[in-house]
Design a protein around this ligand. Structure first.
Ligand SMILES: Cc1cc2nc3c(=O)[nH]c(=O)nc-3n(C[C@H](O)[C@H](O)[C@H](O)COP(=O)(O)OP(=O)(O)OC[C@H]3O[C@@H](n4cnc5c(N)ncnc54)[C@H](O)[C@@H]3O)c2cc1C
Length: 467
């Protein structure tokens, strides 16, 4: 079918955070916009990523808290919570948010085409029925999906990816997680709190090697304290069927071990969705890992084609996709903008939570940057004590000479919410002196941030000197 009359200023392929936000931004800029989505608006984030995991993690945190308060497992063992109800609550939250996005997109008079779109040449997108839509600019935001590791036996039906792990009808008695990255650790927290015997197998010598090493070590210890088994520096060699579950063989070259579990979660990485994009016909350059190469202006190698979100590799976070979409739209509507990742927030909604922005201490050392640090424990904070959440710490790293905040790293209750003042501070190039001079509300966890700023200057009020 040929539909050449339909011309648009901007065509967006993919309706996840990168795509739907690009479509809305372009419509807000007064452009005529068309958006193609083959599954559901909201993409991975709303449907099988950020939102459903965070729903389950909220419930996991409640169960974890009650188990800690009562100092026993009665709550978990007696099955006093309904996994079925939790799962349906999760589905309701997802539906609510997806329909919210659908309403907003429709409200901006964006044309939505449901189905698989193809891009074979600049300026044209082919719809699911072969119809052609012309557009001055195309934004590719087709996202990514999980990869299954090339391990013999990984095709066993008990080996799940992250989407499968979200949809379990029952809590597995035992779960082995291959990969100790963000997704693996979040699922370890969910199922660990719900009563599964969880084992995490990580090939690298540390969890989260790019995070501040104090933070990754503290998280490992805190998760182990909650009964999660974590083995680092081990490679999974083989998965074999074993009764209703699987046996996993793992280890080092010298020492091999086996572990049997009901379910295995493979959380080893993702790959770009490029099925609809004819890379060679377009002459579209890919990076070394097969993702679409885009510069800081989100331009691809093909004039008029931009890319945003997971399909470009990069951070693979929803807020990175939003930022890149903003950049792409600004540049295809006459602006000149670059995406900056200097203060990109990094949050892990594990139990306990981790949140960070800016440089890790080991990175400052590697670069020979002079710094001071202030570390304060949650235990020193009145709100943490009254809410009986004393686990964790806040660490600020600041420039030795100027006091400008260079990095903030936190572990503990509500750390992902607490990160926002740190983001504001870093974006405004604030110094620890400025932060220490501000009045924070008492009693709040946010006082930990001011206290850590004061600790950088050896002036902490409620905690011992950190050096
Ligand atoms: C378990 C899990 C938890 C996560 N938690 C967080 C979190 O807490 N915070 C965070 O920031 N990030 C999180 N993420 C990452 C986040 O979900 C992604 O970074 C984000 O969804 C990327 O958005 P995107 O728009 O680039 O791609 P996607 O969300 O993948 O959306 C791409 C969309 O494009 C559609 N599409 C693809 N090809 C075509 C085509 N040819 N035609 C039409 N449509 C097409 C797909 O159907 C999909 O809907 C999580 C991810 C996972 C898997």
């Amino acid at each position: 079918m040929n539909n050449r009359n339909e011309t648009y200023d901007v065509a967006v392929v993919g309706g996840g955070p990168g795509g739907y936000s690009a479509a809305i931004r372009a419509a807000q800029a007064g452009k005529k916009v068309i958006l193609f989505e083959q599954e559901k608006l909201g993409g991975v984030c709303l449907n099988v990523g950020c939102i459903p995991t965070k729903y389950l993690l909220e419930k996991a945190a409640l169960v974890d808290r009650i188990a800690r308060d009562t100092q026993n497992n009665i709550f978990r063992e007696a099955g006093l919570f309904s996994w079925k109800k939790i799962q349906s609550g999760k589905d309701t939250a997802v539906k609510k948010l997806v329909s919210g996005v659908e309403g907003i997109v429709a409200g901006h008079k964006i044309k939505i085409v449901k189905g698989h779109a193809k891009v074979n040449r600049a300026g044209t997108v082919e719809g699911p029925n072969g119809e052609e839509f012309l557009a001055d600019s195309i934004i590719l935001a087709t996202g990514s999906r999980p990869v299954m590791p090339p391990i013999p036996g990984a095709d066993n039906p008990n080996v799940l990816d992250s989407s499968g792990a979200l949809m379990q009808g029952n809590i597995p008695r035992s779960l082995v997680i291959i990969g100790g990255g963000v997704i693996g650790l979040e699922f370890a927290s969910i199922y660990g709190a719900m009563g599964s015997e969880v084992t995490v197998l990580e090939m690298l010598p540390a969890l989260l090697p790019n995070e501040d090493s104090d933070l990754s070590l503290a998280l490992r210890q805190a998760m182990e304290k909650r009964g999660i088994h974590i083995h680092i520096g081990v490679r999974v060699e083989e998965i074999t069927p074993d009764g209703d579950g699987c046996t996993v063989r793992y280890g080092t070259n010298d020492k091999q071990k086996t572990i049997t579990a009901d379910k295995i979660l493979a959380a080893v990485g993702r790959k770009p969705n490029l099925e609809g994009i004819d890379v060679s016909a377009l002459g579209l350059k890919l990076d070394g890992k097969g993702y679409i190469a885009a510069n800081k202006r989100q331009e691809t190698s093909v004039p008029g084609i931009y890319a945003a979100g997971d399909v470009t590799g990069g951070w693979q976070l929803a807020h990175a996709a939003y930022a890149e979409a903003d950049t792409a739209v600004a540049n295809c509507t006459g602006g000149s903008v670059e995406t900056s990742y200097e203060t990109i927030p990094r949050c892990i909604y594990s139990l306990p939570q981790l949140a960070s922005v800016g440089a890790a201490e080991q990175q400052l050392k590697e670069k020979n940057i002079g710094y001071k640090k202030g570390v304060v424990p949650y235990m020193s904070n009145g709100k943490a004590i009254v809410s009986e959440e004393p686990e964790g710490f806040v660490k600020i790293l600041c420039a030795e000479k100027t006091g400008e905040v260079l990095g903030v790293h936190m572990m503990g209750s509500h750390a992902t919410e607490l990160l926002s003042p740190a983001l504001v501070a870093m974006n405004m190039h604030a110094t620890v002196e400025t932060l220490a001079g501000m009045i924070f509300p008492h009693p709040t966890l946010s006082e930990l941030f001011k206290e850590a700023a004061m600790a950088c200057m050896d002036r902490a009020l409620h905690s011992k000197p950190s050096r």
